[in-house]
Write a protein that binds this ligand. Structure first.
Ligand code: F3S
Length: 766
């Protein structure tokens, strides 16, 4: 009797609505004639607004059908929450339709250590933190203040539960899949769908099965599963897929290790990643104070098999990884899929002419700051300490949450780090998101850093485009700081001690969960668990503010074909960091006019090879955002032309909002990263891809591009994809027509017509 499955008292907002999900799934099974489903499909399809709309053959769903879903929860980090909430405010609702949380983590600079850095960051970002806090109070959203921890670690400790479906305004939201959720990274406009109770639309992903066999041993860690996979699949290999892990190797992983693996699924472009329910999940739920939820999840799985794939479920692709023989890898520089086995690093360094010295080591971040990660790093430090070795280079540690930090303190780990010259930073993103102040000694030129982070695009960590970030496990980072050299392989090589003896590290040991339990730490970092909205709270934004600005709605579509001029032809990789840089620009996330001054400043002009340079029709040279602003003021709509996987890297919706704000109409590429393409549609832009890639070569800046059948496509409500014919007029008057592909669905056509998704939602809520 499904109605007897009720959420435990006091845990209602944190328990997936299992009874409703099982009922929906029964309906889906009926319609699909009980075809076996993967775990990811079960969780997704059970969250359908109307399960009766599912196609009756699963081959017609995956990769084809647009699903309208009801996510259970939303999480937002401080940088992206500003724009998400500014958009939510324009919808005029009194409270959010689902539980939600705000996490202040991205705006905190890492420099001298937790205490000092936190005080400074709170004072620099006071206005923004106060805005977010007042939004939390007004709309009943949990507010996790600065210093409380990194969004994904807090979500794992508090909200992720097997079978949950959540959205997060951050691309590493899939971290929660380590605890059996379907957690998807989105832009703020998508978050607003869930916050307003508007069905959230997703094209049903295909399913990539990763079969894990064997057991990690020695130096190999969960991080190596995903760095290895990234090397195999590349940054585009997971696009359009959910990665679902299975096989007996899964049983040997810790819950936080699974989270690390899911976290970096973002680096292969996957929609999300997830794991079937394990004992490790139940142990983690128990250790984080959620015993009643663990009990219910177990019951739901034992009785209905909800939290694992059906027997005979088919994957669209299967990759097998033997954990017994997995070697640690080091991925980078500048792209997370350039994977080098640790035993090949010396040769690769020589071959690629990488610097031979390492300038700093950093561990932690949302990817690798679990108790297990920290204890493994400590086991290496202790070995070094016992023989009198000290780190040769600066070493930074970022705990993922106050709970992790306080437990580390209680168990003596912080003390060991600090007496071995490590700097323990605030529980926040810091160096992982360009908020790393390396002080006056910061290397200006080429230099190498080793980190346990997840992302390594140019200028990502310290703002220096020449800093080469090599991503690897915390264990390898920690061992490398004692040599400081790229040719050191801690698995095989020794370090000469001052007494002339050779010292070699033993493989690290870690503890999955603290033997004496977690401690919560400082109370002031914990919000009320289920806050009630307080409509009397006033949200104040100073007219003079350079940090926050209320949004003006974008104009509606005028019903005409689009006539645009190519403002820029972009060459090569163009990530969301190229389109809307982070680092110092994070400051302006809540101020669309100001942040738009960074639009595409990292992009390379295909025609000149210059960065952040575009040319007006008369040949005058401008920075890219300046020319965009000039054309906006001249009422000259523009189009950007680009290559593959445009917008890869993150859910950053500013990368879509800014071009729209600056007068862009179309982005035409060889291919898009999924989240970015959706973000563009939500802001009323038209994302198109070349039907024939070679047409990219035929276009130049200054060409006039006119759509020929946009109106017809709109009349057909998008028709879930098709061709847009485009007429080109070259500067010399030559004309030709070529085909572009679009992927607009009915809802997305409505966003386009209304000017943006927010305009559309706002109108429908009225
Ligand atoms: Fe923060 Fe870096 Fe993760 S920016 S959310 S720690 S990827």
């Amino acid at each position: 009797d499904l109605d007897s499955i009720v959420s435990p008292k006091g845990y209602e907002a944190r328990t997936p609505p299992y009874a409703k999900l099982l009922k929906n799934l029964n309906q889906v099974n009926k319609i699909t004639n009980n075809q076996p489903l993967t775990l990811a499909e079960k969780i997704l399809y059970s969250h359908l607004v109307n399960p009766n709309e599912i196609a009756n053959d699963i081959r017609d769903i995956r990769g084809l059908q647009y699903l309208k879903l009801n996510p259970d929860r939303v999480a937002m980090q401080d940088a992206s929450a500003q724009m998400a909430l500014l958009q939510f405010i324009t919808c005029g609702m009194k409270s959010t339709a689902v539980p939600a949380s705000i996490h202040c983590d991205h705006l905190i600079v890492g420099k001298n250590g937790a205490e000092e850095d936190l005080i400074n960051s709170i004072s620099t970002n006071k206005e923004v933190f106060e805005f977010l806090k007042s939004c939390g109070e007004k709309f009943g959203i949990q507010f996790w203040g600065p210093g409380s921890g990194i969004i994904h670690q807090i979500v794992l400790e508090n909200f992720s539960v097997p079978g949950l479906m959540m959205l997060g305004t951050d691309s590493h939201t899939p971290n929660a899949g380590g605890l059996g959720s379907i957690a998807i990274g989105v832009g703020g406009a998508d978050a607003v769908d869930a916050l307003t109770g508007t069905p959230w639309e997703l094209k049903a992903p295909k399913i990539l099965g990763v079969k894990l066999t064997g057991k990690l041993n020695g130096w190999s860690s969960p991080k190596d599963v995903i760095t290895h996979l990234a090397g195999k699949l590349t940054v585009r290999g997971g696009t359009g897929y959910i990665v679902e892990y299975f096989g007996d190797g899964v049983e040997n992983l810790s819950c936080t290790g699974m989270a690390t693996i899911c976290n970096m699924g973002a680096e292969i472009g996957a929609t999300t990643s997830t794991f079937p329910m394990q004992n490790a999940h139940l142990q983690y739920l128990n250790a984080t104070g959620r015993e009643p939820i663990a009990k219910l999840a177990k019951l739901v799985n034992d009785n209905y098999g909800f939290l694992r794939a059906d027997e005979g479920a088919q994957y669209d692709q299967v990759i097998e990884i033997d954990l017994n023989n997995l070697e640690p890898s080091v991925n980078g520089p500048f792209t997370p899929d350039l994977s080098t086995k640790i035993s090949d690093l010396k040769n690769a360094t020589e071959k690629n002419n990488w610097p031979t010295e390492i300038s700093a080591g950093l561990i932690g971040s949302c990817t690798n700051s679990s108790y297990q990660d920290m204890t493994r790093a400590i086991s290496i430090i202790k070995q070094a300490e016992n023989v009198g070795l000290k780190p040769k280079i600066p070493f930074f540690v970022t705990p993922g949450s106050e709970q992790i930090r306080a437990t580390m303190e209680k168990d003596g780990l912080i003390d060991i780090f600090e007496r071995n010259n490590s700097i323990v930073l605030a529980n926040a993103c810091g160096p992982c998101i360009g908020q790393w102040d390396r002080g006056i000694d910061a290397p200006k030129g080429e230099n190498v850093i080793f980190t346990s982070f997840n992302r390594n695009f140019k200028a990502r960590n310290d703002g220096n485009r020449n800093t080469m970030n090599f991503l690897t496990s915390p264990d390898i980072v920690t061992a490398m700081i004692y040599s400081g050299k790229m040719d050191f392989n801690p698995l095989k090589d020794s370090i000469k001690l001052s007494n002339g003896e050779n010292f070699k590290f033993n493989p690290p040991n870690g503890i999955d969960l603290p033997e004496n339990g977690f401690v919560k730490g400082r109370k002031e970092f914990y919000p009320e668990l289920e806050p009630k909205p307080k409509s009397e709270i006033e949200i104040k934004i100073d007219n003079e503010s350079d940090r926050l600005e209320l949004l003006e709605p974008f104009e509606k579509w005028n019903g005409e074909e689009l006539k645009t001029t190519v403002i820029l032809k972009v060459e090569g990789k163009c990530t969301t960091d190229h389109i809307s840089a982070a680092g110092a620009w994070l400051k302006y996330k809540g101020h669309l006019s100001n942040i738009s001054n960074n639009t595409l400043i990292g992009a390379v002009n295909k025609e000149t090879g210059e960065v952040n340079t575009a040319y007006d029709l008369n040949g005058d040279k401008y920075s890219i955002p300046d020319l965009m602003m000039k054309w906006k003021n001249e009422n000259k709509p523009w189009i950007v032309v680009a290559e593959h996987n445009y917008g890869e890297g993150s859910a950053r919706e500013h990368a879509a909002l800014q071009p729209r704000f600056l007068g862009g109409k179309i982005i035409l590429t060889k291919s898009f990263a999924r989240i970015h393409e959706t973000n563009l549609k939500k802001q009323g832009m038209l994302p198109l891809t070349f039907a024939n890639e070679n047409d990219y070569d035929k276009l130049s800046s200054g060409d006039v591009l006119e759509t020929l059948n946009l109106r017809e496509m709109i009349e057909k409500n998008g028709d879930n994809g098709g061709i847009i014919r485009m007429q080109v007029t070259k500067k010399n008057g030559d004309k030709f027509v070529f085909d572009c592909k679009h992927t607009m669905s009915l809802d997305q056509v409505n966003f386009f017509k209304a000017g943006s998704a927010i305009n559309f939602i706002g109108e429908s809520k009225k």
